[in-house]
Ligand binder design. Structure first.
Ligand code: PMP
Length: 381
């Protein structure tokens, strides 16, 4: 017992063992392995057995606009949104995708005019999710193209603006910034869940993207969904998914339905620990450790967030983003390079269309990685 106590004390006191000092710590990717512990605890409750005769057909729901959407997944998506209160699901078409990454591609295809003289411009305010420009220009499409920071966008004509809220990398709540006629908004709400941010009201936008990757932590399942108001846009997104992958893995959809079901049951007082409460506590603990480490070092600063009321958990709290947008203070210009020198791998501000004095750090890795990271950060002078 004493040994266990002293181990947890060492972790909270951020002391890195001597033999760990040479190890490279990567907090570059937003790989949500932090959630493994919760799902291990759920044991049998989150197991799904799929017999060999199941999932043979391409079709899941022939009469539905999204014919490859498993009805059970659709039900669980609606149930969870209604329970959490983070998105309006009435009068929306659900389009399932292989992660929200595929849905982003589908959105670009669906929203871009086919017969325009010039490709439509795609913008988002910096700092922005580093994959957006890469995905947008990946195939050098003739119908859409990346046009960078929305704050600097001054062209005439139609455009697509992505609004990621809470934002990756900096965790801030956002609204569109361009405000011109001819703009189409796409809201990426991957992080609008109550372990990361207070839920202020159900999001009610025309086109909203969600993913299990950041909700439950099952990034490897590759399931995302879009809530789409306009029927024609939804139809075109479905067409894109037909052309690119001829549907979305049924096995993954059934497993996602199972996982979302367990989460909803856990919120409705089933005899298991509430998923969002447990994840919230973990995020709160990690942010506390991280702020302490930055303070102990004295070389770094972190964004401050005002507390807001959360209609789901019915309490005020400061946002606890999945990523920390860490700034090197003083005369360190290249924060990514500086931390690499300390054997800490992060993603530098340049990748997000921003200042290299910043880096993005994932807070969703396993306990061992996170604890080693804060221990090392706190000792940097
Ligand atoms: N949007 C944002 C803002 C993200 O951070 C991520 C994952 N890092 C994605 C989309 C992609 O999610 P998925 O795993 O569902 O493709």
């Amino acid at each position: 017992h004493r040994e266990r106590l002293s181990t947890s004390f060492a972790a909270s006191a951020s002391i890195e063992a001597e033999d760990d000092k040479e190890r490279v710590i990567s907090v570059d990717h937003g790989d949500p392995t932090m959630y493994e512990n919760y799902w291990q605890k759920m044991g049998d409750k989150a197991i799904l057995v799929i017999p060999g005769w199941q999932s043979l057909s391409y079709f899941s729901d022939k009469g539905n606009l999204c014919w490859f959407l498993e009805p059970e997944l659709a039900q669980q998506i609606i149930r969870l949104h209604n329970l959490v209160g983070n998105a309006v699901t009435e009068d929306r078409h659900i389009v399932v995708g292989t992660g929200s990454t595929q849905l982003y591609n589908a959105v670009l295809y669906a929203l871009s005019p086919q017969d325009a003289v010039e490709p439509i411009n795609v913008v988002t305010a910096a700092p922005y999710y580093s994959s957006y420009p890469l995905i947008t220009d990946c195939v050098k499409s003739g119908i859409y193209k990346w046009a960078g920071d929305a704050h600097k966008f001054n062209k005439e004509g139609p455009y697509i603006e992505l609004v990621t809220t809470p934002n990756n990398p900096d965790g801030h709540i956002r609204q569109s910034v361009v405000n011109k006629t001819g703009g189409i908004l796409v809201h990426d709400l991957a992080y609008y869940w109550p372990q990361y941010t207070p839920i202020s009201s159900p999001a009610n936008h025309d086109l909203m993207l969600f993913t299990v990757s950041k909700c439950s932590g099952h990034a490897g399942m590759r399931i995302g969904w879009a809530l789409v108001k306009d029927k024609e846009v939804a139809k075109k997104m479905v067409k894109y998914i037909e052309f690119s992958t001829l549907g979305v893995s049924k096995d993954s959809q059934l497993r996602a339905a199972k996982i979302l079901n367990v989460i909803s049951d856990s919120c409705e007082g089933a005899a298991v620990e509430s998923f969002f409460e447990s994840s919230f506590q973990l995020m709160a603990q990690r942010w506390k450790q991280l702020r302490m480490a930055a303070w102990q070092s004295g070389l770094f600063s972190l964004p401050a967030f005002p507390p807001e009321f959360c209609t789901f958990s019915r309490r005020d709290f400061e946002p606890l983003p999945a990523f920390a947008w860490l700034k090197c203070e003083g005369d360190i210009e290249d924060c990514e390079g500086f931390l690499r020198g300390k054997k800490i791998l992060t993603r530098g501000g340049i990748h997000f269309g921003f200042d290299p004095k910043y880096v993005r750090v994932s807070l969703l890795d396993r306990d061992s990685t996170f604890n080693n990271f804060v221990a090392r950060l706190s000792s940097i002078r």
